[in-house]
Design a protein around this ligand. Structure first.
Ligand SMILES: Nc1nc2c(c(=O)[nH]1)N[C@@H](CN(C=O)c1ccc(C(=O)N[C@@H](CCC(=O)O)C(=O)O)cc1)CN2
Length: 289
C-alpha cells in the first residue's frame, strides 16, 4: 500500500488561519507584530524564500520589512543593520537569510541578533536553551517537522529517529528537539560509512542534505515515516527532494512530498515564532501599564 502523504501545505494553511486570528487579537491590544528579514547578495533560492516569508507575513497582517543588501556588504555594515533592528520597537523578529556571502562568518552575525528577537532560533543562547529543554525560539524547519508529525498523530517517544545531515539550520536542532520528545536519535552525515545501514533502522527518517534522490527505497525500513527536507534540482533541472519519492512511498507509512511538505511548514513556523515574540511584547506592555 502506498504511504499517506504528510501535506505540509495543508497543515501550514490551517495553522496560518489560526495565527491570523491571533494577529488580530494582538492588534486589538495595540501590538502590530513585526518581522525584519535581511538578505545579502543575489542567491536566487534565498530571494525566493525571502519573498515567501514576506508574502506569508503580510497575508497574516504581520508588518514585514525586507532589507536587501549587496553581495559585497561588509560584516560591519551587516552588524550595524542588525543593531538598528535590535533597537527598533516595531520589530519583534529579526532573521538573516542564510547562506550569507562567503566573506562573512554567519556565526559572527547571528550572535549580534538580540536573543529575544531571534525568530530563527540560531543564537547560541537559544541553541543552549533548546539543548537543555528550556522554552525558546525553535529553528523553523525542525519545529515545522515536529508540528507536522503531531498533526498526523505520529508519536516520537521511544522511536528511532535517524537524521541525515548535521547542519545548524536543520539536522542538529532537529535531533535536539526530537530527543526532547524522547526519541532515540542517530545523526548521519557526509562522512558516515554505510549510510543505508543506519537509514534502514529508522522508524522516522529525516533527510536534510540537499542531494537529489539520495534516499532510495532499499535504504528505508518497511512502514517508516520519511521526512524530506531537501530542496535541490535534479539532472533535468526539476525541483527535487533528498528522497526518491515515487519508490519510497511504496515502502513508507507516511512521507512528505517536495514541494509542499516541509517547506511550507518552515515558513509557517517563522510566523509562529514572530507571533511568540510579539506576544511577549504584549505581555511586557500589559505588565508595565
Ligand atoms: N535564516 C534562515 N535561512 C535559511 C533557512 C532558515 O530557516 N532560516 N532555511 C533554508 C531555506 N528556507 C527558509 O529560509 C526555505 C526553504 C524551502 C522553502 C519552501 O517552501 N520550499 C518549497 C519548494 C520551493 C518552491 O516553492 O519552489 C517546498 O518545499 O514546498 C521555504 C523556506 C535555508 N536558509
Amino acid at each position: 500500500m502506498s504511504a499517506h502523504i504528510l501535506s505540509g501545505k495543508e497543515v501550514a494553511g490551517r495553522l496560518q488561519q489560526e495565527m491570523k486570528l491571533q494577529v488580530e487579537e494582538l492588534k486589538r491590544k495595540g501590538i502590530i507584530p513585526g518581522l525584519a528579514v535581511i538578505i545579502a547578495g543575489n542567491n536566487p533560492a534565498s530571494r525566493l524564500y525571502v519573498k515567501k516569508k514576506s508574502e506569508a507575513s503580510q497575508k497574516l497582517g504581520i508588518y514585514s520589512r525586507v532589507i536587501e543588501l549587496p553581495d559585497d556588504t561588509s560584516k560591519e555594515q551587516l552588524i550595524s543593520v542588525v543593531d538598528m533592528l535590535n533597537e527598533d520597537d516595531a520589530i519583534d523578529g529579526i532573521l538573516v537569510q542564510l547562506p550569507l556571502p562567503q566573506h562573512i562568518d554567519e556565526r559572527e552575525i547571528i550572535q549580534c541578533i538580540s536573543p529575544d528577537k531571534d525568530v530563527d532560533g540560531f543564537h547560541p543562547l537559544n541553541i543552549g536553551r533548546l539543548s537543555t529543554g528550556q522554552d525558546t525560539f525553535i529553528p523553523c524547519t525542525p519545529l515545522g517537522i515536529l508540528k507536522l508529525l503531531q498533526e498526523y498523530h505520529i508519536t516520537m517517544e521511544g522511536k528511532h529517529v535517524v537524521i541525515v545531515g548535521r547542519s545548524n539550520i536543520v539536522g542538529k536542532p532537529a535531533g535536539q528537539l526530537l530527543l526532547n520528545e524522547h526519541a532515540t536519535v542517530t545523526y548521519c552525515h557526509s562522512k558516515t560509512r554505510q549510510l543505508a545501514h543506519y537509514t534502514k533502522q529508522a522508524d522516522i527518517l529525516i533527510s536534510a542534505v540537499g542531494q537529489s534522490r539520495l534516499i532510495k527505497a532499499n535504504m528505508v525500513k518497511e512502514n517508516a515515516v520519511v521526512i524530506d527536507v531537501g530542496n535541490s534540482f535534479d539532472e533535468s533541472g526539476k525541483l527535487s527532494g533528498d528522497v526518491d519519492f515515487e519508490r519510497v512511498k511504496e515502502i513508507a507509512s507516511f512521507i512528505t512530498p517536495v514541494p509542499n511538505g516541509v517547506g511550507p511548514m518552515t515558513i509557517s513556523m517563522l510566523l509562529y515564532n514572530t507571533l511568540k515574540a510579539a506576544k511577549k511584547r504584549a505581555h511586557a506592555k500589559g505588565d508595565s501599564s
